[in-house]
Design a protein around this ligand. Structure first.
Ligand SMILES: Cc1ncc(COP(=O)(O)O)c(C=O)c1O
Length: 456
């Protein structure tokens, strides 16, 4: 069995083990096709935790050195080809997408959950179901979300293919082609796309450092009453504001006066101690609540939820049925099993703690600038100092190997996007990569915008 000698000075340990693997492959001590020891056996031999070995193997896999094959083991790859592949595609620091933190433990959780699920009765997963999703799944999800402070009710919940599907279904359930709907003038591009696809007239409303301005919503209602207002009250995407309680209450009052539906996007699912009262709590009769396990667990499982007011339930059910009859119960079964046996909770907690630590780094590096973020948020909003243009800043970042987004893709209609960027601190696997990206941002901000003359 291959048992490396780890460099005692190298930290963290999983990195030391991944480096030892890489060096053994380079020395041809490990040749292509060699089967590596199991995680447990190597952990035992090196007196490490199984988690450390799992993380080291995942890191080596990311570097293209080894490949894990479910049920067969982990094998050394032919590095000639994999190194070539790596060198042909230099991987930039990608801070552009709002993804959960890559965690090798999640893949392990999925493997074990699939195994556990397969050992139970799976007959009902083969059958056509109620279009809202299996009642047992809805009950488990509402039970868990209630424990996180959200008044979710199984009877009015529809299981969707992720938050994006829930947004499209919510819009479709309250508006028809030609109807007016509104949101902040900068909002989540998936909502802009869904509204456009449904042929809705999308009005962007004014916002400030605290989020949507209630008076702007009222003016819109007086001028041309919208069918619905879409909001991301807890961690706005992209501007990272958390809407204060007074504004939530004012918006609810206006929505009641003008009979407007409220679409509350809560896909980040903040921990309960960080939560202000949701629109769902303040106006249950008119709020459609959108949530998802994509940010908490994994986007690939596509498990999202839409809770609708009682009066909209038949319509929402009919819409979902017309789209796809029902969402496959397989992925919800995995999520629900992970909630019921609590195997998902340490993964969720680990991510929350890591995000919090990364947000502290953001403040340490960028506190001098007007950066905005929520302590549990994946995203950071950075209004650029004069005379930076966002497009130039994004290009400069790209040249330095860092991908970030300007405000442009978030702009509704022809709204002039501000000179700001949004970057996401959860997409990189390692905290050190977050620091590297932050160093690039600090460097560019300190250096300032270099003058350049465009050809006229
Ligand atoms: C605000 C917001 N809503 C909805 C979604 C879509 O969620 P899902 O990936 O579950 O479809 C995202 C994804 O980034 C988001 O940021």
């Amino acid at each position: 069995m291959w048992i490396p000698k780890l460099d005692p000075l190298k930290k963290p340990l999983y990195q030391a083990l991944a480096d030892a693997l890489s060096e053994a492959i380079e020395r041809q001590e490990l040749v292509p096709g060699t089967r590596l020891p199991t995680h447990r056996a190597l952990a035992h031999a090196l007196k490490l935790t199984v988690g450390t070995v799992t993380r080291a193997y995942a890191e080596a896999e990311r570097r293209g050195l080894i490949s894990a094959q479910v049920g067969r083991g982990t094998y050394v790859l032919d590095t000639q080809t994999s190194f070539q592949h790596l060198s042909q595609t230099p991987s930039p620091l990608d801070f552009s997408l709002s993804l959960p933190i890559p965690n090798p433990q999640s893949a392990l959780w999925l493997q074990q959950s699939l195994l556990k699920l397969s050992q139970q009765g799976v007959q009902n997963l083969l059958e056509y179901q109620n279009e809202q999703g299996l009642l047992a799944h809805r009950q488990q999800i509402s039970h868990s979300l209630q424990a996180w402070g959200l008044p979710i009710q199984a009877e009015r919940l529809l299981i969707c293919q992720g938050g994006q599907h829930a947004i499209a279904l919510a819009l479709q359930s309250v508006a028809h082609a030609g109807d007016v709907i509104c949101s902040s003038a900068l909002t989540y591009p998936g909502m802009i796309a869904a509204a456009r696809q449904l042929g809705l007239k999308h009005q962007g409303l004014a916002f400030d450092q605290q989020g949507l301005i209630p008076q702007a919503f009222e003016r819109q209602c007086q001028h041309q009453r919208p069918r619905a207002l879409y909001l991301i009250p807890n961690q706005d995407n992209p501007t990272c504001t958390c809407l204060p309680l007074e504004r939530r209450e004012a918006i609810v009052q206006i929505a009641r006066e003008y009979q407007v539906w409220l679409l509350e996007d809560d896909v980040q699912l903040n921990p309960s101690e960080q939560r202000l009262p949701s629109l769902l709590e303040l106006a249950p009769e008119r709020t459609l609540h959108i949530s998802s396990f994509s940010k908490l667990v994994a986007g690939g499982l596509r498990v999202g939820m839409l809770q609708v007011p009682e009066s909209l339930l038949p319509h929402a059910r009919a819409n979902l049925k017309a789209q796809c009859w029902m969402v496959s119960p397989l992925a919800p079964a995995l999520i629900c099993q992970g909630l019921a046996d609590a195997s998902l909770l340490p993964l969720i907690e680990q991510q929350r703690q890591e995000i919090q630590a990364r947000q502290v780094l953001v403040q340490n590096y960028l506190g001098r600038w007007q950066v905005r973020a929520q302590p549990w948020g994946f995203n950071v909003w950075l209004p650029l100092p004069e005379p930076w243009r966002a497009s130039q800043f994004v290009d400069s970042c790209r040249r330095a190997g860092l991908e970030v987004k300007s405000a442009e893709p978030f702009a509704v209609g022809s709204y002039p996007a501000p000179q700001s960027i949004r970057f996401c601190i959860s997409a990189p696997a390692q905290r050190e990569q977050v620091e590297q990206g932050l160093e690039i941002l600090v460097h560019l901000l300190e250096q300032g915008c270099l003058p350049h003359v465009q050809t006229l």
